[in-house]
Design a binder for this molecule. Structure first.
Ligand code: HEC
Ligand code: HEC
Length: 179
């Protein structure tokens, strides 16, 4: 008899607890989904290109940058880098009938314009055979060569060229040898 009484007391207590629980907000099962950026990452920590403005907010575009036109050849970051174009190319047409770049950069006209003739690779087809004229696969110059603008870089860049890396490695080795 006593066992039954204590059992029903327990049941009552449990019922009361359950009733109290019903008034509390339901437990949060999963955290709210983060805003998703253009590349599927949380919008807040990607996208220097969008200046870290969330994808749901419209960006006011920056003023257009002007093309650098210094006529000074720039250093290449590695031997096979297509050199950047150091002059403006506005209005230079490259199509089926004419190639404005080759007016100055062809072997037989470069001297007249004091331009750098395109290198021999531009006359080679994919089987390394030399053609008389610029190879079709090197015909559309701005596929590989680009002008530079005065725009501020939107994302950081830690590129170091091979000479810098070799110098650091040799300095480190020399340091070890002295120890
Ligand atoms: C009116 C002549 C002329 C035309 C047209 C021209 N260039 Fe140039 N280019 C030059 C001269 C001259 C230089 C040497 C640097 C300077 O004076 O700007 C040069 C330099 C370059 C360089 C740098 C090469 C290096 O080794 O650093 C590249 C790349 C280049 N031009 C690409 C082009 C492309 C691509 C076009 C067409 C969209 C073009 N150029 C049209 C005259 C011309
Ligand atoms: C498929 C990519 C590609 C295309 C297209 C291309 N180039 Fe290049 N260009 C390169 C690379 C890579 C180099 C550097 C290595 C070399 O010379 O092949 C270069 C080098 C050059 C140089 C420097 C040559 C030297 O001796 O220093 C000039 C000038 C040049 N290109 C102009 C042009 C012009 C003008 C066109 C269009 C007719 C053109 N390129 C099309 C990739 C390209």
């Amino acid at each position: 008899m006593r066992a039954l009484a204590s059992n029903s007391l327990l049941a009552l207590v449990l019922l009361a607890l359950a009733a109290c629980g019903r008034n509390e907000p339901p437990p949060q099962v999963a955290p709210p989904a983060p805003e998703v950026g253009a590349r599927g990452n949380p919008a807040q920590d990607i996208d220097g290109l969008r200046r870290n403005i969330p994808i749901t907010t419209e960006v006011t575009p920056l003023p257009m940058a002007s093309v650098e036109n210094f006529d000074l050849r720039r250093e290449r970051a590695y031997p096979m880098q297509p050199p950047t174009i150091p002059h403006s190319i506005e209005g230079y047409q490259v199509d089926l009938n004419s190639n404005r770049c080759m007016l100055c950069h062809a072997r037989n006209t470069a001297a007249q314009f004091q331009a750098i003739p395109v290198s021999v690779t531009h006359y080679m087809d994919r089987d390394d055979q030399f053609l008389a004229e610029v190879s079709p696969r090197r015909y559309f110059c701005v596929q590989c060569h680009v002008v530079q603008t005065d725009a501020k870089p939107l994302v950081g860049n830690q590129f170091r060229d091979i000479d810098t890396m070799l110098r650091e490695e040799r300095a480190a080795q020399a340091g070890q040898a002295h120890q």
